[in-house]
Design a protein. Structure first.
Length: 351
């Protein structure tokens, strides 16, 4: 029997990607990047944010990154820079991915640039003849990995397929779909049948992670973290005396936020659990032990909190070079349904 090693330590050159059932050979620069501390940290960040605390969608940013790298290596095996960009593209994510970005006013894209431009990533890239600035440029520009259009690239492709597979909402197995794909410039292109399966994954993923309850989980975590930073600022003010102004408090809160931004999910939860403030402990208790107490409500309900969907991810594949929505009327309706998810919702914590 052929035993396939499934551990993704990159200690050996052959790597197994289970979602797409691909055996891949890792080059020395790929091995070093995946074994670095910034990449290993991704193993401890939930891809689905705080929603992973109450759903079966629990894969990490690391599995997503390996998947993105596998797809780039499959479709563009000779493009070393694109393969490197695929490996480092998510290294700037905060704990629980997007959950607390808005609370801190931080962008994981900017944080990723910082990670690529500092040791150990920049050292590894330069040692193997790769330019950190060119990798950053790839991530900020348009490429098959990511772009600003409404069409489908590799980063979002993996997210849609991986999320819906974990949720049991896919209509075809990802490894079957991927083998029917090709690229038209920067964009995923395929036959109409496969494109419809991809669209189902896109629609279902949006319908899952943009549910108000999922948004509420992220909001609860964000509120807990903001409360913690306020506590730190308040303690700094008291400790330093009455002559300290609000600038010092703001700097203390900002320093706490930057420190949290580099943590893993587990480290953040431990930090919050160590806090004695009753409001923080209650928020954390709901997140970890009683998420069933989150209920939707009207804006005027007592204790109502607002969550907003600012945009949905209305990506689509091409069919023989044409947008799917131009080929399939049902696809147009489905994408319009996803766009309609944008809006404001309200929730409260039931007693």
């Amino acid at each position: 029997m052929d035993i396939i090693p499934v551990q993704q330590t990159f200690e050996i050159t052959e790597v197994w990607e289970p979602l797409y059932r691909m055996r891949l050979k890792a080059a020395p620069f790929e091995q070093e990047l995946f074994q670095s501390a910034p990449l290993r940290r991704l193993k401890h960040l939930h891809h689905f944010g705080a929603g992973a605390l109450f759903s079966p969608v629990t894969h990490s940013r690391y599995e997503h990154t390996v998947g993105v790298w596998a797809l780039v290596k499959h479709f563009f095996p000779e493009d070393r820079e694109l393969r490197a960009a695929a490996i480092v593209h998510d290294t700037g994510h905060l704990p629980f991915s997007h959950s607390i970005e808005q609370a801190f006013g931080l962008s994981h894209h900017h944080m990723t640039e910082e990670m690529i431009g500092s040791s150990p990533l920049t050292t590894i890239l330069i040692r193997h003849g790769l330019s950190p600035n060119r990798i950053i440029g790839l991530l900020n520009g348009d490429s098959p990995l990511t772009h600003r259009s409404d069409f489908l690239g590799i980063d979002h492709l993996d997210s849609f397929l991986r999320d819906t597979h974990m949720a049991g909402r896919g209509t075809a197995h990802p490894y079957e779909l991927v083998r029917s794909l090709r690229f038209h410039g920067h964009f995923v292109d395929t036959d109409e049948k496969t494109a419809v399966h991809l669209l189902n994954a896109i629609v279902n993923d949006n319908l899952i992670f943009l549910q108000p309850q999922f948004l509420a989980m992220d909001d609860l975590l964000s509120r807990a973290v903001k409360a913690y930073c306020s506590e730190v600022a308040s303690d700094s003010f008291i400790t330093s005396g009455d002559n300290v102004d609000n600038v010092y408090c703001s700097a203390s809160a900002s320093a706490a936020a930057r420190n949290i931004a580099r943590m893993t999910d587990y480290e953040l939860l431990c930090l919050l659990q160590s806090c004695s403030a009753p409001d923080i402990r209650e928020l954390l208790h709901v997140l970890l032990a009683e998420p069933h107490r989150i209920v939707l409500c009207e804006a005027h309900a007592p204790g109502a909190h607002e969550v907003t969907v600012r945009k949905a991810y209305c990506k689509q594949p091409l069919v023989q070079g044409l947008p799917l929505r131009d080929v399939n009327p049902a696809a147009r309706e489905a994408l319009d349904r996803v766009s309609a998810l944008a809006g404001t919702y309200y929730y409260r914590i039931r007693e």
